[in-house]
Design a protein around this ligand. Structure first.
Ligand SMILES: Cc1cc2nc3c(=O)[nH]c(=O)nc-3n(C[C@H](O)[C@H](O)[C@H](O)COP(=O)(O)OP(=O)(O)OC[C@H]3O[C@@H](n4cnc5c(N)ncnc54)[C@H](O)[C@@H]3O)c2cc1C
Length: 396
């Protein structure tokens, strides 16, 4: 029997999932929580309103040592997927934009190098990325193709001697405008296969238009990337990526990160809502004492607990090397739907104050809309699970 007690975990961890972690891992989760509450929560609404990224917070994030947390490449922390997920949830519980920034850098960009790079490429880039001295971005989606990217990717790569020439357009690429390394997925004109290229900051012919007027994740700097005859050395082509199946290996890992993020977003909204209902008085008593309000609070908590349980199990499968695409897709589709429901209920119990940034819930409601759609929409993840359980592909 463990001498741990449920009171050792936060109240919103109702079934004590954190107790699945060992002491060292739990300490890291607590450090992340402390950082987010102390340094991010007090300032984030201002950055959200101004649609600015708080670059000054990056050294503090780097000190946490969480970039590429579950990768075991050179200089990487090499911790479990379960810990990686719980850290993602912890960040999103306070702010989903900062977690997206880390997910793009430490999940997608570092994951591309880790899972699709050669030993030499891992040695060259991962240690500095883990220290966050080099920040990464991941360029897959295009203006004309999102869900259908596997077959429809139009950016081209043409080999000329020891170089490749990239031409095309990317859309929605997080961190791209300030990243040191942008992973660009392009179709090799010679064999029609999708390959990955690490394009370094300042490459001639690569320009950006930062996306304006977003109503979600406003802190994240998304950009359209224009690639006009960008020359990349063969040494920067990810040597282990020879088709879209290799790109998909990265997405399988990061899709789980988004499921954890959605769970964190729902949990943060629930916590703010619970606190508010205990403080807010109507008809001479805290609104938390009304049956209809408790009904919503309990439904929110149920969503958070069910989502966490699903994420925990899929991460355990990932740690055991047993995870399949459909597992990550089920988790992403389920948790994001539960998140959307939960943030809506949180907003509801705040009444009019629910639409003010001041109480944070309004930001969670808005940010949830982006999380719901990226890394595979609910429809696409549903089709992946549907294909797995029926053996019939309903993709058209
Ligand atoms: C804030 C944000 C950040 C992002 N960051 C990145 C990033 O860093 N890097 C990157 O590469 N991409 C990024 N993306 C892109 C993201 O992955 C895409 O938005 C997503 O894959 C969906 O593509 P789409 O927006 O083009 O929608 P579409 O593919 O046009 O889909 C529109 C609608 O049609 C539905 N649909 C499409 N096909 C089918 C079908 N066969 N059956 C049923 N329904 C279907 C979809 O589910 C959706 O509801 C980001 C997006 C956002 C919003």
């Amino acid at each position: 029997m463990s001498d741990l007690d449920l009171s050792d975990t936060p109240d919103s961890d109702f079934l004590g999932f954190e107790l699945l972690l060992d002491d060292e891992d739990r300490k890291l989760v607590e450090r992340v929580r402390e950082f987010m509450l102390t340094h991010v929560e007090p300032v984030i609404n201002g950055f959200w309103t101004r649609a600015e990224f708080p670059h000054e917070l990056v050294p503090g994030l780097a000190d946490l040592g969480i970039a590429g947390l579950q990768y075991d490449g050179p200089g990487c922390p090499g911790r479990s997927s379960l810990l990686d997920g719980m850290v993602a949830m912890e960040m999103a519980r306070v702010d989903a934009s900062m977690q997206t920034f880390m997910g793009v850098h430490g999940g997608l960009a570092m994951g591309s190098v880790q899972l699709c790079g050669s030993d030499e490429q891992r040695e060259r880039w991962l240690p500095a990325m883990a220290r966050m001295e080099l920040i990464g971005a991941f360029g897959l989606t295009e203006p004309e193709v999102g869900s259908g990217i596997a077959g429809g990717l139009a950016t081209t790569a043409r080999r000329e001697g020891d170089e490749w020439v990239l031409d095309g357009e990317k859309k929605w690429i997080g961190n791209a405008s300030f990243a040191d390394l942008v992973v660009i997925w392009a179709r090799d004109e010679a064999d029609d296969q999708v390959k990955g290229f690490v394009v370094e900051k300042g490459a001639e012919g690569m320009t950006f238009d930062v996306t304006q007027d977003k109503i979600a994740l406003r802190v994240v700097q998304n950009a359209e990337i224009h690639l006009a005859g960008v020359r990349v050395p063969e040494a920067n082509r990810l040597q282990g990526a020879s088709s879209f199946e290799d790109t998909a290996k990265v997405l399988k890992v990061t899709r789980m990160g988004v499921a954890w993020q959605a769970t964190g977003c729902a949990r943060g909204a629930y916590e703010h809502a619970l606190r508010y209902t205990l403080e807010r008085q109507q008809f001479g008593q805290p609104i938390a004492g009304f049956q209809l309000v408790q009904d919503l609070l309990v439904k929110m908590l149920s969503n958070v607990v069910a989502s966490t349980a699903m994420c925990v199990r899929v991460s355990q499968l990932q740690d055991a090397g047993l995870v399949k695409d459909e597992h990550a897709s089920l988790a992403k589709a389920f948790t994001t739907a539960r998140m959307r429901e939960t943030v809506g209920w949180a907003r509801e119990v705040l009444g009019g104050n629910g639409i003010l940034l001041e109480h944070h819930v309004g930001r969670f409601v808005a940010d949830a809309e982006a999380i719901y759609s990226y890394e595979g929409t609910r429809e696409i993840n549903t089709l992946i699970v549907g294909r797995a359980i029926t053996g019939e592909s309903a993709f058209v």
